[in-house]
Design a protein around this ligand. Structure first.
Ligand code: NAP
Ligand code: ZN
Ligand code: ZN
Length: 347
């Protein structure tokens, strides 16, 4: 084992603080990455604070990881030392179930191994994420990163990017569709960029009036302020899709009403309380309410290649790791434009 510098939460109520973690020596199929940047996802907060339950401590969050390969195992063929490399939300899965065989590792029937808080068999207590100097993972779960884009802006693609790309592709959102993106945060701003690049007409639906100009700069054609009853009434039954990225408990019915007949709300946000949805919100207009989890490894690579080709990156605020607790508080207030990314040189 190698002792690796990291930032960890020791309990659901303690702030993140310096903590050394064990990392395995690279095994035959492993890639070791010196982490350069790690994005800060709202799931990091949910997990560090045990809001979904099941968090194991010490908890080292971080699953938007970009860095450079610093060692490889003897069987590794897809990477060499010095290559740029990325790790998203997954570092392993069973590799044998139907979903894994189709490259849908995120839906592994036998349980995914998350980049943090996941089960391990390498002698470490559980997986530790990207708020650390180095990470070691099987090459099958490591992504190739283009050198054409600024790397800090690429890191959030590994979760915020793929989590919005995957459902937009699955439901074939594009030319001729009107989509409302609900919530302008990390996921929301990537959804606006990606959906508009696919040719859809994008409306940003936000509860923050001051985000209008940014929403339009990011690619939205319209801005709908959810607290404005007049604007909301005008928007009733106008959308083919709503991509719901909201992290906090909210009334889904308010937004379901905005869907046309046969419209679909895609949930990617994961608030800690269950939503109350009377069937009347759905049956009157044959609406669908669906969900989507991150993306599999092949689709994550496809998304990274697409973004490299189109020049799409995340809008980031780069912070030293010592500001992580303050960054969490600011995210909870919706005060980030639009993803914090940790510069790991600060650790
Ligand atoms: P984020 O950057 O904090 O953005 C969340 C946005 O939600 C805020 O910017 C805000 O947008 C909106 N919001 C917050 N509180 C609200 C409220 N009370 N009512 C209405 N809107 C509110 O979070 P994120 O990193 O994008 O993550 C969003 C959610 O997705 C989290 O729950 C996260 O765990 C989940 N997630 C899911 C997956 C998946 O695979 N499905 C992957 C990653 C993350 P406005 O100010 O514009 O209203
Ligand atoms: Zn995430
Ligand atoms: Zn599987």
């Amino acid at each position: 084992m190698n002792a690796t510098k990291a930032f960890a939460a020791q309990s659901s109520t303690s702030p993140l603080a310096p903590h050394d973690i064990p990392r395995r020596e690279p095994q035959a199929n492993d890639v070791q990455i010196d982490i350069m940047y790690c994005g800060v996802c709202h799931s990091d907060i949910h997990t560090a604070r045990n809001e979904w339950g099941g968090t194991k401590y010490p908890c080292v969050p971080g699953h938007e990881i970009v860095g450079r390969v610093s060692a490889i195992g003897s069987n590794v063929t897809r990477f060499k030392v010095g290559d740029l490399a990325g790790i998203g939300c997954l570092v392993d899965s069973c590799r044998e179930c139907d979903n894994c065989k189709q490259g849908l590792q995120q839906y592994c029937d036998n349980g995914i191994v998350g980049t943090y808080n996941g089960k391990t068999s390498d002698g470490t207590p559980h997986t530790f994420g990207g708020y650390s100097k180095q990470i070691v993972a099987d090459e099958s779960f490591v992504l190739h990163i283009s050198d054409r884009l600024p790397l800090a802006g690429v890191a959030p693609l590994l979760c915020a990017g793929i989590t919005t790309y995957s459902p937009l592709r699955h439901w074939k959102v594009g030319v001729g569709h009107k989509i409302g993106v609900l919530g302008l945060g990390g996921l929301g701003h990537m959804a606006v960029k990606l959906a508009s690049s696919f040719g859809a007409e994008v409306t940003m639906i936000s509860h923050s009036a001051h985000k209008e100009a940014d929403a339009k700069r990011l690619g939205a054609t319209h801005f709908l302020l959810s607290s404005d009853k007049g604007q909301m009434n005008k928007a009733l039954k106008t959308f083919d899709f709503i991509l719901n990225t909201v992290s906090a408990p909210h009334d889904y019915n308010t937004y379901l009403q905005l869907l046309k007949t046969n419209g679909t709300m895609i949930c990617v946000g994961a608030p800690i309380e269950p939503a109350k949805i009377p069937s009347f919100s759905l049956i009157g207009q044959r609406r669908s309410l669906v969900g989507s989890l991150i993306g599999g490894i092949p689709e994550t690579q496809e998304m990274l290649d697409y973004c490299a080709e189109k020049g799409i990156t995340s809008d980031v605020e780069i912070i030293p790791i010592q500001q992580i607790n303050e960054a969490y508080e600011r995210m909870l207030k919706g005060d980030v434009k639009y993803r914090f990314v940790i510069d790991m040189q600060s650790l």
